[in-house]
Ligand binder design. Structure first.
Ligand code: NDP
Length: 304
């Protein structure tokens, strides 16, 4: 069997287009332009790339978009005061503070200051609590897992009773992914660095989400025939075949061998990554619609 490649880039482009249309409708009907503020502290090159893509997507969706690039020497107090002013700014519906923050800043303190209704990353304890207590419709849900869920549903339709294994238990990917799959009535296993016999655990899964940060760790012979494989990992490895000192991006899954067993699989790059950014735009639109007293949109249904 050779898997169908899930074209996250194309699905994300379609989603951004729908979001731009819905954003325009919101402006026409209520005068509200969805607004997003992205805050970056320091010079981390990967973070700068992510922030630039987020800004580009926001412009493409015709959102009001502001970026605050602060030096690595910014104090915790200065950052908290910026977040507070964004909380109070009615033109901003979504606030994202790019992680990681420099060591001298308490990440939890910053994330907890963001108003839950503007927390488009979905990392505030209130949003985490809403998601895990079954009130997902009132939460803002983290973007990467939301994007994965949309892709899983496009492949499988109803996820009721499916067996899902999430490898990784971080607060930004693994745990919210597991909570979302559980809310879709999957039977969910969360695996991590202490899991015993990981290949056997993964072999039982209809849906595999790999969010580990280890290049090509998940091999084809771990994958059940016909499973859906969603690869969140983004790892830079040396690529001497491209020239001296060159690198390339790979996922946590060994794509070629896994594609022989899976029914559907996301590539890296071009899979989960672009969906994450599209879902950030979706969360911003949701936050703006809620602020205007409107119902949430069903983004999976918008995609058709
Ligand atoms: P973290 O480092 O926070 O978490 C990694 C998880 O993997 C941990 O729970 C860890 O277990 C587990 N783990 C580590 N080694 C093993 C192992 N040998 N076997 C099983 N589990 C293991 O990473 P993130 O969740 O933040 O990110 C994961 C990956 O996804 C990274 O490559 C990151 O770059 C990428 N990413 C991609 C995004 C996208 O949009 N495409 C968005 C966010 C992240 P333990 O808890 O026991 O230490």
């Amino acid at each position: 069997m050779s898997a169908m490649r899930i074209d996250g880039k194309a699905i994300a482009a379609e989603l951004r287009e729908k979001i731009a249309l819905e954003g325009k409708k919101l402006i026409d009907e209520t005068g509200v332009t969805p607004g997003i503020a992205v805050v970056i502290v320091g010079e981390d090159p990967a973070s700068k790339v992510y922030v630039a893509s987020k800004g580009k997507a926001a412009l493409e969706c015709n959102f009001h978009s502001v970026e605050h690039a602060l030096p690595a020497t910014t104090s915790e107090e200065e950052l908290l005061s910026l977040v507070q002013s964004l909380n109070e700014d009615a033109s901003i519906h979504g606030i994202l503070v790019q992680l990681p923050l420099p060591d001298h800043i308490d990440e939890g303190k910053v994330l907890e200051l963001i108003l839950p209704e503007k927390d488009v990353d979905g990392f505030h304890p209130i949003n985490v609590g809403l998601l895990t207590t079954g009130a997902r419709d009132k939460a803002l849900v983290p973007c990467t897992p939301s994007g994965c869920l949309i892709m899983a549903r496009r492949c499988l339709g109803d996820l009721n009773g499916k067996s899902a294994v999430v490898i990784g238990r971080s607060n930004i990917v693994g745990k919210p992914m597991a909570a979302l799959l559980l809310s879709e009535n999957c039977t969910v296993t969360i695996a991590h660095s202490r899991t015993k016999n990981l290949p056997d655990v993964v072999r039982g899964a209809d849906i595999v989400v790999a969010a580990v940060g280890r290049p090509q760790m998940v091999k084809g012979d771990w994958i059940k025939e016909g499973a859906v494989v969603l690869d969140v990992g983004m790892n830079r490895i040396a690529a001497p075949e491209r020239g001296e000192g060159k690198t390339r991006l790979v996922g946590d899954v060994d794509y070629d061998s896994a594609a022989e067993k899976a029914s559907h699989i996301t590539p890296v790059p071009g899979g989960v990554g672009p969906m994450t950014i599209a879902l950030l735009m979706a969360n911003t639109l949701t936050a703006a619609r809620r602020a205007a007293g409107l119902e949430d949109l069903d983004y999976a249904a918008l995609l058709g």
